[in-house]
Design a binder for this molecule. Structure first.
Ligand code: FAD
Length: 507
């Protein structure tokens, strides 16, 4: 390892990281009190430049998907990153900063000193985050990670954004962890489907007849796309999109120049509209709402996103609902209840998901089939749930929220509590959505607001829209305002007065 002179001490400011390079390695210098630290320059999640992130309350927040790390030691605080930052050796001599060209080695696997077996059902966002967190938090016992999908544990958020746009082959969908990680961390992956659960006897049954005993279990089976219940819905070109296999089926069928009808105006439906359009298909969306996302983002931003879709050739229709998919061996048209017939080569159904809790029929379930958990994500003794299947208390209200980062946060909380901790969700829900090359960030969970104000114009990003209720920020939507959103991700953990937020945004 060689030290390289990379900056002067005075080049690094109090409130912003500085990116320096040694050959091809990007290194981030951060000021911690009167000292400096050197960390990897890119977020371990998706490679965002961390120098563009925000420093606040002793944490560095990633500008892209809001992973958080302790400034002091680079330790992981919040996902979607699943690893702490790699630290580089650093010395300051006569006001000059010298950094090493190799990161310090701090990988550790807890010794196998625990007799217990923890089982995780579902290796998606929540399940994989929980398996990682159990080891990170020192659990040395057996960890069994079960998923019915071979090769599970990948980033499904890219499916609707890049894969069906033809920009990322399914084999290149990023895995959440690589094979070496599972091996080194002794995480046993089982490719099997869980059929039932006996929570009293702490036993899971698999569809192949095997039974598994556990000391603690986390259920993280996610959502199942709601099927279309119409004549013709079983034709081969009627698709849903949840898994890599679904994305591959869509790609195997879709050809530029074809006509796609998308049923639904969910985030996945609209992201798919953008992607299929970019892939060269004619796209019509059959929506229930005239303005997509108005409920979550308000009318103005919803209209701006609709305008972006329309400018790119997507047609959104609200004048009729699908009553039948026509065709003998293949999709030919979608019939609407107003008598119209839309010619189609493929249909994509994006009308939401149902929590995948059928194997847990013996547990009490909410009306939507989710599992109610307490603030620590616990269902009952020895059993926890996280992600899309969990209804959890958010600001005192039971909520089920389908966000990637939140599923992973819940999983980390569950992992800590499976180990005897007492952690609760104290953060701000965050998600992102991608349309025609524009990324929209959402912080908060507002069902109602009494004021909304903008910096910039939602029709011409960059912009920030601030939603307030009783003078306190309840949600923020933004496009191309990454650093400010990273700062808000931290600041909104405490009630943030709207005035103060505006002062921060304008600074
Ligand atoms: P999942 O990630 O779905 O994982 C559940 C796993 O359980 C699956 O691998 C499944 O195979 C397995 N499983 C289910 N039943 C069984 C069983 N009986 N036995 C064994 N295994 C089982 N959120 C965002 O915040 N931002 C986005 O941009 C975004 N984009 C998305 C794009 C798409 C196409 C989709 C489908 C979702 C997107 N989401 C996004 C939502 C986000 O992916 C989910 O909220 C998140 O994946 C939920 O995590 P989870 O662990 O609960 O479920």
């Amino acid at each position: 390892m060689t030290l390289h002179r990379v900056a002067r001490f005075t080049d690094v400011s109090e409130n912003r990281g500085l990116e320096v390079r040694i050959d091809d390695s990007k290194i981030l210098l951060l000021k911690v009190g009167d000292q400096l630290r050197a960390y990897q320059g890119e977020c371990p999640h998706a490679g965002a430049p961390l120098a563009e992130g925000a420093l606040c309350n002793g944490r560095l927040t990633c500008p892209w998907h809001k992973a958080q790390f302790r400034i002091e030691d680079g330790g992981l605080c919040e996902p979607p990153a699943l690893d702490s930052l790699k630290r580089y050796p650093l010395e300051v001599r006569d006001g000059e900063v010298w950094a090493g060209d190799q990161p310090l080695q701090d990988a550790h696997t807890p010794p196998a000193d625990d007799e217990r077996t923890f089982v995780i059902v579902g290796a998606g966002a929540a399940g994989t985050a929980a398996a990682s967190a159990l080891r990170e938090k020192g659990f040395g016992g057996r960890v069994l990670l079960i998923d019915r999908e071979a090769g599970a544990g990948y980033d499904r958020t890219v499916l609707s954004k890049f894969v069906i746009a033809g920009e990322m082959p399914t084999e290149e969908v990023p895995s959440l962890r690589d094979d070496d990680f599972y091996r080194e961390q002794r995480i046993e992956r089982i490719n099997a489907e869980v059929m039932s659960l006996d929570a009293i006897n702490r036993t899971l049954r698999l569809t192949d007849g095997q039974s598994l005993q556990y000391d603690a279990a986390l259920l993280a089976t996610g959502g199942t796309p709601k099927p279309l219940e119409l004549p013709g819905a079983n034709l081969p070109q009627v698709f849903v999109l949840r898994s890599r296999a679904h994305a591959q089926q869509i790609l195997d069928s879709a050809k530029p120049g074809q006509r796609a009808v998308i049923i639904g105006d969910s985030f996945i439906a609209m992201e798919s509209a953008s992607s299929l359009r970019q892939y060269g298909l004619d796209v019509t969306v059959l929506a229930r709402q005239p303005v997509p996302f108005a409920k979550q983002f308000g009318e103005t931003i919803g209209k701006a996103i609709l305008a972006l879709h329309e400018a790119n050739g997507v047609v959104l229709r609200t004048d009729g609902e699908a009553t039948q998919i026509e065709g003998t061996n293949k999709v030919e048209a979608v019939l609407l209840d107003n008598g119209q017939r839309l010619s189609a080569d493929l249909v994509l159904v994006g009308i939401g998901v149902t929590p995948a809790t059928a194997p847990f029929a013996d547990l009490p379930q909410e009306k939507d089939h989710s599992l109610r958990v307490d603030g620590g994500m616990r269902v009952t003794d020895g059993l926890w749930a996280a992600g899309d299947i969990a209804t959890f208390p958010l600001n005192g209200q039971p909520r089920r929220i389908e966000h990637w980062r939140l599923a992973q946060q819940q999983a980390r909380i569950a992992a800590a509590n499976m180990l005897g901790g007492d952690e609760h969700y104290l953060d701000v829900p965050y998600f992102w959505t991608w349309h025609f090359g524009k990324n929209y960030d959402y912080l908060g969970h507002a069902e109602a607001w009494d004021e909304v104000e903008f910096k910039g114009d939602p029709f011409k990003p960059p912009f920030i829209g601030l939603f307030g209720k009783n003078g306190v920020v309840t949600a923020v939507v933004a496009c191309e305002e990454e650093r400010t959103m990273a700062m808000l991700a931290e600041r909104m953990k405490q009630p943030l007065p709207v005035d103060e937020a505006w002062r921060m945004i304008r600074d």
